[in-house]
Structures are given as C-alpha cells and as structure tokens.
Design a protein around this ligand. Structure first.
Ligand code: ADP
Ligand code: MG
Length: 698
C-alpha cells in the first residue's frame, strides 16, 4: 500500500529522466515527496463569471467557446501575440498571450475553454496572458473536471523544465490513482482529539480542495487538511526527539558529582569578579544537572561578551574537585589557545593542571600530554575537537565543554559515546535562538540563557552610513588609531562572488595601508589563507602589533581583542542581521566606548535599510534574532543545514509554531500511553535522522 507513495516520480507518465532530475533538484523524488510538498499558494478559479459582468482590474475565471483566434506579428521583431475571442451566453472578450505561438495549435476555433487571469482595459476589455484549459467535450461526464481552472487550483514552485502547470497535472493524476486505503502513521485517537481528517483525505484536499473551501484559510495553510499534514510531520519529529531523550535518560554516568562547602570555597577563591544574576542562575542549573545520575545535555546561551567562559570554568571546577577530568573544546586552534591562557591564569592558584592539546601539538610533547591525560594527571584539557578524537584517552572524563559550536556539539557527543564515555556535556553559543525555534533546534537539550551583561559595558554605538561618507569614516578610524585603539574593517565574502569579494578586501588593505594610513600597520586576513598564516595575523593583532585589520568574515568567531574599539563593516547591506550582530560583538569588550559603522552601497532595498537601522537601534542579540527570523525565515536564519534545524516538508517553524508545541504535547501523551505501536517506533528509529536531516545520537 505504501509502495504507491514510494514510487519514484521518474516512472510516471509525462515525467521521464529530465523532469525527474528537475524535480529531484527541489527535493522531490517519490510520489510521497510530491504529495507532501504543499503548493506555494492557491487561487480561486472556481467562480466562473459571465463575460458580460467583467470589469477591468479583476482576476477572473470564465468559461466559453473560442470564436476566432489568430497569431499577430508586431513591430518588434520576433515578438508575436496570440489573440482569441472567447464567448459565452452573456458576451465575448478578447484574450491575448505574448510570445506563445504554440497556442495556435492548442486554442483552436470552437474549442471549449476555461480561462483564468487579469482583466485589462486597453481600451476595450481583454484578458492578459490568462491560464487556459481546454475542456474536451467529447469525454464522459466525470472526466470533464478541470484541473487548472474552474476550481480552487494549487500553484506550485517551478522546477526547471517542470512548469507549475505540469506539476499540477502530475499531482492530479497521482492523486486520482491513490489507493483507497493508505497507512496512517498518526494515531487515531490524537487525530480525533484534534479533529483532523485521515491521511488520504488530507493529501487530496491539500492539493485539490473541494469547492467552497476558503482560499484565505488555504493560503494561510490552516485548513484541516493542511493542518493535519503539518501536524503529522511535527508529531513524528517530536516523537523522535522524545525517544532520543528517553534513551539519554536511561544512560547512567559512572560518577555523580557532589557539592559541599569546600568546593564552594574553592570556587570563591578563583572568582575574579562578582557573577551577574544571569551567570549565577545558569551556573546553578548546570551544577544541578551535574548532580543528577544521568549525563547533562545543556546548552548555555549568552550574547557575545556575556561571560560564558567563567560559568563554564566554575562548572569545570566542580567536576575537578570531584576527581573528574574536563575537556574544553573551541572551534579553532587560536581560540583554544586563548581559552587556555585565560583558564590557566584563573586556575593559577589552584592545584589543578591545565594543558593545551590541539591538532598541531606533536612529537614528544604530544606523547607526554597523552600519557598524562590517560593517567589523570591533567585535570583540564583545552583544545579543538581533536581533543576527543583518535588516540586521546582520558582517565575519567566527567565534563565536556564545547564552545561556540552548537552546530557540532551533537557530533562530539556522539564521538564521546562511541568511545564509551558519558560525561556531562555543556555546549555554549552566542547565537541567540529565538524562542520560536528553541523548542525545535534544541528539543533534546536543556537550555540556560544569560540575558544580562557584566557591569560597566557600554553598548557599541552603531551608525549607518552610505558609501559617499567614506571620508568621514576614515576620519573616525584615525581618531581611534590616534588614541592607541585598534580597528577592524570587515568585508563580506559570499560564495557566489568570492573572487570579487576577496579582491575588494585585498585592494582595501593595500589602499588603507599605503594611501590612507601609511603611519599605521594594516594587515589582511581572509579565509583563503593557510591556518598558520591566519593565526600569525590574529596573534599580531591581539598583541597590538597591527593597528587595522582588514578581514573577511573569518573573524566572526574570533578571539578577544579588547583594545579593538571600532569596526567598519563594508557592504553591510549584504549581511544578515544576526551575522552583523555577531561581528559587532568583536568590539565593545571593555569599558571604552566602542563604535561600529555599517557602510552600505546602492542598490539597497527598503528591507535592507530597515535591517541596518534596526541594528543601530538595539544591541540585544535576542531581539535581533527574533527580527532576523521574521525577515528571513528559519531556513536562512542559520544559513546552513548544520544548524540543527530539521528539514521540514510541510511545516514552517515560524508560521506553525503553535502546532509544534501542540505536537510535542501529543507526542508526550502518546509515549505515556504505554506501548507505542511497534512498527511506527521502529520506522522512526530508522528513518527519523535521515528524514529530518539530523544527526542521530540516541
Ligand atoms: P563570552 O560569553 O562571549 O564567551 P567571555 O566569557 O569571554 O564572554 O567574557 C567576556 C569578558 O567579560 C571577559 O573579559 C570576562 O573576564 C568578563 N566578565 C565575565 N563575567 C564578568 C563579570 N561578572 N563581571 C565582570 N567581568 C566579567
Ligand atoms: Mg566565549
């Protein structure tokens, strides 16, 4: 039965290899894929209007007979117009199509047609480029149903040579052969509670709604049929998440952490400042988790500069005081190095040994470190992901901290599991996750959020300027340089225009160094450079041996250079809001008044301008993330698939957010209900990660 849904589209009549490839490119390879892809929108072409009642400016559907038709050439060479006069009992109207000569073979005289399109006055009324459908009047009654007109019709995304109209026909044909009974993965009682139609009905209605359905509801994707399919998807997704969580809750860690006054005192000893309220709360949540018998899986969210490191260190201290080792991982060697120096200093007066171990640590040094790690002589190991890979063995790893890498946190957890380790895991990120997405992205993580900043910080003053004010910007740069401060100049680097972008950055570095600020040291940093060259430049900048750093976006997750007080972002109109915010977080890292200039060039859209203005108005990362999400939608919000966002086919995380919450409740109720249907659970286990494009760590 389900076999029908699994039929590859390529085997269907009228598809063939080329169109199948076009469909594949937009993610459609089977009948199931096709049916679970909603139309982009729906058009009501169901109300056939008498021709005599048509008025200019309307979108109308009419039914009539072609009274005459001909192809007309125009003064523009090669430009042809096909014209037809269409009449019904009330009157007639001209319909014109631009450059569609083939229509002379399709819309012949006397053909019975249904047309849908806009009415224009020029000066007589005419239908402009209407959609058309020829009704074959020789057919029996039931076959006279129209597909493209005379009803509410679905409008699909174009897929290469596969036009929306062809896809509409394809879906129609596929639905007409849908078996009477198809398996329904969605539990009957939940369906009843939610008053949603069965799967088969939903599939049909979501594409070809029955007459009288509300196009308004349809276009909001809120009809029972649509909701049913969205809900099915969300339900399965949440069910998978919950099962993953359940599996995790059955794991037991070898050593459960305990906390006492001695440990509290030891924490006080290393603390260089008073924790903020947010830091204290987060720390409490983390330490509470560590005292549980199951491994912690927690995400610590806090804006750039919020002070996540110290919270992580205190958690590490608790683990170490309990005789456990800690791994602290950063995304790059240079960040790892910075963490190492920082942590070593903080732990200076403690009895714990901190070491740095990265991919480049080699030779006897590496062998020595590995031996000491295995012996338990190193308490806190700082490094890159290499820290938990390959030949590295810990004596008793109790806590893994993963910084600025929520995307890979899952993978590393899996690596640890595979090596038989079940440490507590703390992932840290400065990417604020809007509330709307948190439930989905981190469905299997607990989340701590720090919303406050350490005292004394001054929000970065942000200005939006056009390219024509470049001289002012140079003046501003000079002011910062003269006060001994350092400056970032950032260029976008986008894959499509990589060469040009890179050239612009290189040219600007030369120009600034030679012509504008010859008295200062200007250096260039970009992603195409070798890692050690990058590190050299970054280190020199951190040591204040470079005054102006011209860079592509590689500094986004960069190191801490508190002396940098100005950031100029070139082509700011080409960045996303969240990315701009992350970049800006590189300055304003001490009490000096830092500044950020968003330089933009024309053309800039109204939205683009609004985005930049929004950034100038607020420095609250969460606020910015919400706005960004609204503007760009969840898919683009994180930029890539690695985001942890599931691949959804019917649901939209923003539009359908309330349904996701409901789905979570239903999934929980379903699992509570005792023995979940075996086959479905097995199916989920097998297909869930693939289906939603997520890594399986269960
Ligand atoms: P992030 O959350 O971006 O990782 P960091 O942990 O690097 O932020 O902290 C940024 C800076 O703020 C560091 O220099 C750190 O020492 C300082 N800091 C963190 N917490 C506090 C605090 N409660 N009071 C004062 N300074 C703090
Ligand atoms: Mg940090």
């Amino acid at each position: 039965m389900t076999d029908y849904l699994q039929t590859p589209l390529q085997y269907l009549k009228g598809v063939g290899p080329k169109r199948a490839a076009d469909l594949q490119r937009i993610g459609l390879s089977t009948i199931e894929d096709l049916l679970y892809r909603f139309p982009l929108r729906y058009e009501d072409r169901g109300h056939l209007q008498p021709i005599a009642t048509l008025k200019a400016g309307q979108q109308v559907a009419i039914s009539g007979r072609i009274q005459s038709a001909h192809l007309r050439t125009t003064r523009r060479p090669g430009f042809k117009i096909f014209e037809a006069l269409v009449g019904d009992d009330s009157g007639s109207i001209r319909a014109v199509w631009m450059n569609q000569s083939f229509l002379q073979d399709v819309l012949r005289r006397d053909a019975q047609v249904v047309l849908f399109g806009p009415v224009e006055a020029r000066p007589g009324l005419q239908l402009m480029n209407p959609d058309y459908e020829v009704i074959d009047s020789l057919d029996g009654d039931e076959d006279t149903a129209t597909i493209h007109t005379g009803r509410i019709v679905p409008v699909y995304e174009k897929a290469g040579s596969m036009t929306p109209k062809m896809q509409r026909r394809l879906v129609y044909e596929v639905l007409s052969k849908l078996p009477d009974v198809i398996a329904d993965p969605f539990p009957e009682d939940a369906r009843g509670r939610l008053d949603l139609p069965p799967r088969r009905t939903a599939l049909v209605e979501a594409h070809f709604p029955t007459a009288g359905a509300s196009t308004e509801l349809l276009n909001q994707f809120r009809t029972p049929a649509q909701v049913r399919l969205i809900f099915e998807e969300f339900f399965l997704f949440q069910l998978g998440l919950l099962m993953r969580r359940r599996a995790a809750a059955r794991e037991a860690k070898p050593t459960v952490v305990k906390i006492d006054d001695r440990i509290r005192e030891s924490a006080r000893q290393i603390l260089p400042f008073r924790l903020t309220e947010g830091q204290r709360t987060a720390l409490k949540e983390i330490v509470d988790d560590m005292q549980q018998p199951v491994p912690m899986n927690r995400l610590l969210q806090g804006d750039v500069g919020a002070g996540k490191t110290i919270v992580a260190l205190l958690a590490a201290l608790v683990a170490m005081e309990n005789g456990l080792q800690v791994a602290f991982m950063a995304p790059t060697e240079i960040l790892a190095e910075q963490h190492y120096l920082n942590l070593r200093k903080l732990l200076e007066r403690s009895r714990f040994h901190v070491e740095l171990l990265t991919g480049t640590t080699a030779g006897p040094k590496r062998r020595d470190l590995l031996a000491r790690l295995a012996a338990g002589d190193i308490h806190l190991a700082v490094g890159t992901h290499a820290l938990v890979q390959g030949t590295v063995h810990f004596k008793s790893l109790g806590l893994a901290i993963i910084d600025e890498q929520h995307r890979f946190g899952v993978v590393q957890r899996a690596t640890l599991r595979a090596k038989g380790m079940m440490p507590d895991v703390l992932v840290m990120t400065a990417t604020p996750i809007p509330r709307t997405l948190a439930l989905t992205v981190y469905g299997d993580l607990d989340v701590s959020v720090m919303r406050d900043m350490p005292p004394g910080r001054r929000p970065v003053l942000t200005q939006v300027k056009t390219e024509s004010r470049r001289e002012d910007v140079y003046k501003l740069i000079r002011e910062h340089l003269e006060r001994g401060k350092q400056v970032y100049v950032v260029y976008p680097l986008i894959e499509d225009s990589e060469k040009v972008d890179l050239k612009a950055a290189v040219a600007m570095a030369d120009h600034l160094g030679q012509d504008v600020f010859p008295a200062y040291r200007v250096a260039l940093l970009h992603g195409r450079m070798k890692q050690d060259a990058k590190d050299r430049v970054m280190r020199a900048f951190a040591a204040n041996e470079i005054n102006v750093l011209v860079s592509t976006t590689v500094i986004e997750v960069g190191i801490d250079v508190p002396n940098a007080s100005l950031m100029v972002i070139e082509h700011a109109e080409r960045f996303g809001l969240s990315q701009l915010h992350q970049l800006r977080g590189r300055v304003g890292r001490d009490s000096y008044q830092s500044q950020c200039v968003l330089l933009y060039q024309y053309p800039i859209s109204k939205d683009g301008k609004a985005r930049l203005t929004a950034l100038a108005e607020t420095t609250d990362g969460f606020d910015i993330a919400e706005r960004d999400l609204q503007i760009r939608g969840p898919g683009d919000f994180f930029g890539t698939r690695q985001s942890g966002l599931p691949l959804l086919r019917t649901g939209d995380l923003v539009r359908d957010h309330p349904l996701m919450e409901r789905a979570r409740d239903e999934a929980a109720a379903f699992l509570q209900g005792g023995s979940p249907a075996g086959p479905m659970v097995a199916m989920l286990k097998e297909t869930w990660p693939v289906r939603f494009g997520l890594m399986d760590v269960g």
